[in-house]
Design a protein around this ligand. Structure first.
Ligand code: 5GP
Ligand code: ZN
Length: 137
C-alpha cells in the first residue's frame, strides 16, 4: 500500500524509532512542533478512528501512556498535548492513524491548543447530547 507510515513501519522509509511492540510503532516527527514530538501509530494500517479496531486503538493509547511518561522523564516539559486528527476537515495530513505527543513549555508560543472561549447555546448543546446518546443505543 502506498502509505508513508506503512513504509516507515516496514523500514522502506527511515525513521527515528523510539518504541515498538507487536501492535504499535512510535517514532520522532520529522517536523517537530517542539523537542520530543513523537508519533504513535498502529502497525496494522487504519486511516482514522473510524477504521481502526478497538484492540489496536487501545494498544496505541497504551503505548502513548508509556511514551508520555518517557518523554516527561527525558525532557521535563511543563505540559504535554496529545493530538489525534481524523479527516481533512480536522487537518489530518497523513492518512494512517497517529497520536502526536507534543511536549509543551510555558511561553513556548505554540498555538496548537488555543481556542477562543465562546458561550454555547445550551438548548443546542442539549439537543446534540440527545442525538449522541441516541446514537449509542
Ligand atoms: P497530521 O496532520 O496528519 O496529524 O500530521 C502528520 C505528521 O506526520 C506531521 O507532524 C508531519 O511532520 C509528520 N510526518 C509526515 N511525513 C513524515 C515522515 O516521512 N517522517 C516522519 N518522521 N514524520 C512525518
Ligand atoms: Zn499505512
Amino acid at each position: 500500500m502506498d502509505c508513508i507510515f506503512c513504509k516507515i513501519i516496514n523500514g522502506e522509509i527511515p525513521s527515528e524509532k523510539v518504541y515498538e511492540d507487536d501492535k504499535v510503532f512510535a517514532f520522532m516527527d520529522i517536523n517537530p512542533l517542539n523537542d520530543g514530538h513523537v508519533l504513535i501509530i498502529p502497525k496494522s494500517h487504519a486511516g482514522t478512528i473510524h477504521e481502526i479496531g478497538e484492540d489496536d486503538f487501545l494498544a496505541v493509547m497504551s503505548a502513548t501512556h508509556k511514551l508520555a511518561a518517557a518523554v516527561r522523564k527525558a525532557l521535563n516539559p511543563d505540559g504535554i498535548n496529545l493530538l489525534q486528527l481524523n479527516g481533512k476537515a480536522a487537518n489530518q495530513v497523513v492518512p494512517h492513524l497517529h497520536v502526536h505527543i507534543v511536549p509543551r513549555w510555558s511561553g513556548d508560543g505554540l498555538t496548537v491548543s488555543q481556542w477562543e472561549i465562546v458561550a454555547g447555546n445550551m438548548e443546542k448543546v442539549k439537543n446534540v447530547a440527545e442525538q449522541i446518546k441516541n446514537s449509542l443505543k
